[in-house]
Design a protein around this ligand. Structure first.
Ligand SMILES: Cc1cc2nc3c(=O)[nH]c(=O)nc-3n(C[C@H](O)[C@H](O)[C@H](O)COP(=O)(O)OP(=O)(O)OC[C@H]3O[C@@H](n4cnc5c(N)ncnc54)[C@H](O)[C@@H]3O)c2cc1C
Length: 406
């Protein structure tokens, strides 16, 4: 049956919008529905988040025209220090850490950073700039739809009263996906009874493109390098995980007391005087996974399909891997004139993405549990793991290669 659109993408966040741009370059007629608004100017950071994006994801964002449209270039991450519990970074040698491990430029493919830090408001502005560049992309924002699925197509009743049809609908509407719920797709949620506090700090000394992941019994503390801003040439993001009660207490502290606690968690990093540059945001932590990635004429992508603990900064990266798979699958099907909503395509997408996504989700879950556990046997196992990685460069490089999404 002829439809108004080849595809309707519901949810124009980072994952839905990137998918829309990439498939539009292949000629697909796409309706993108986003309930929020877009602004091509980076407004005040809407949610405090700064994303660590794997180097392997950068080409995807370039192909989508989003990377080039960033109002401020991403901040490369060239060194990652991992410190276990009360370890310290010795000031003399940053490459060998007590109770920890450093990943340096020698561990990455020549000349390439491990990843890039991009602040949420810059990514959203870049998306707003890239979307209108595509002729076959119909962007409706703010807009929502009501969906009816039939064996041959999907019908979409837009909130402006218009009714349209598409061969396939993609739910990119985030963790609380209404489309997933409407399709009756089950969800397993794993709460951690922990909260992440995110904030940005300025410091006196440069970060030298390094990131710190400090594992503490109460939860991981991360300092991630950010690009400079007017008045603050040296900046970092922090992601601080602890119990809800302690995060509530930490959030209520005055700047001086807050920064003293931050200093304690920097494991000896010498960043000079610290300064808070904005508010705190808090996120209750949970992992979740959808039991299936498809229903009749419907596919789930990004956080609608899987939500991870942010310990390894892999949630959005995983969504971009879904995008990579879908662009190939739907792009080829479109070129061959095939039905985009066929069972064959829906099943193939799930087969190609879900096992790897579940493995990554399990990996982050284990990391959170193993690193926040102080039982002697777990502590020894942890040290054994870190030391093994420290002693075998080939093993370390293999680990890094995977984390970089290459
Ligand atoms: C504290 C924290 C730190 C993180 N750090 C990292 C990191 O460093 N690296 C990383 O890879 N990931 C990170 N993540 C994970 C990352 O934020 C998510 O994986 C990512 O935002 C998922 O993108 P998405 O587009 O799938 O969903 P979302 O970002 O949730 O976007 C969904 C979009 O759909 C729209 N929408 C919702 N419902 C409707 C509807 N009914 N109709 C129309 N539109 C709708 C929303 O307005 C939104 O624009 C972090 C998460 C947290 C909480």
């Amino acid at each position: 049956m002829g439809t108004d659109y080849d595809l309707c993408i519901n949810g124009g966040g980072p994952i839905g919008a990137t998918l829309a741009c990439l498939l539009a370059t292949k000629g697909l007629r796409i309706l993108l529905l986003e309930r929020g608004t877009y602004s091509s100017q980076p407004t005040q950071n809407p949610d405090g988040r700064a994303y660590a994006l794997a180097e392997g994801i950068r080409p995807l964002l370039e192909d989508a025209g989003i990377w080039q449209a960033l109002p401020q270039a991403g901040q490369p991450i060239n060194t990652i220090h991992v410190v276990d519990q009360q370890g310290r970074l010795p000031s003399t040698s940053r490459n060998s850490i007590l109770n920890g491990l450093s990943f340096t430029e020698d561990d990455a493919p020549a000349g390439r950073p491990f990843g890039w830090m991009v602040e949420a408001h810059n990514l959203l502005a870049a998306i707003a700039r890239a979307l209108p560049e595509h002729d076959t992309l119909d962007i409706r924002a703010p807009a929502t739809g009501r969906f009816t699925f039939t064996p041959t197509h999907a019908e979409i009743a837009l909130n402006n009263g218009q009714n349209v049809t598409a061969s396939l609908v993609i739910a990119a509407d985030g963790r609380r996906s209404l489309l997933r719920e409407q399709a009756g797709i089950g969800l397993t949620r794993i709460p951690y009874n922990k909260v992440a506090l995110v904030s940005a700090i300025a410091h006196e000394a440069p970060h030298h493109n390094s990131a710190l992941e400090h594992f503490l019994p109460q939860g991981p503390f991360a300092r991630l390098p950010l690009p400079g801003a007017p008045g603050h040439p040296h900046r970092s993001a922090i992601v601080w995980t602890d119990t809800a009660k302690r995060i509530e207490h930490i959030s209520s502290l005055d700047a001086e007391s807050f920064l003293r606690l931050v200093q304690d968690r920097l494991a000896g990093e010498e960043l000079g005087q610290l300064q808070l540059t904005g508010s705190h945001w808090t996120y209750p932590l949970a992992s979740q996974y959808a039991h299936r990635y498809y229903a009749e004429r419907l596919l789930l992508v990004g956080d609608a399909a899987h939500g991870l603990h942010p310990v390894a900064g892999q949630g959005m990266n995983l969504g971009f891997r879904d995008v990579r798979t879908l662009v190939e699958l739907l792009g080829n099907a479109y070129a061959a004139g095939a039905d985009l909503g066929s069972q064959d395509i829906l099943r193939t997408y799930q087969r190609l993405t879900r096992p790897g996504n579940l493995a990554m989700l399990a990996g982050c879950d284990i990391m959170e549990r193993v690193f926040s556990n102080n039982l002697p046997i777990i502590r020894h196992a942890r040290h054994f793991g870190l030391n093994t990685l420290k002693r075998f460069p080939a093993l370390r490089r293999n680990f890094v290669h995977r984390a970089m999404g290459l």
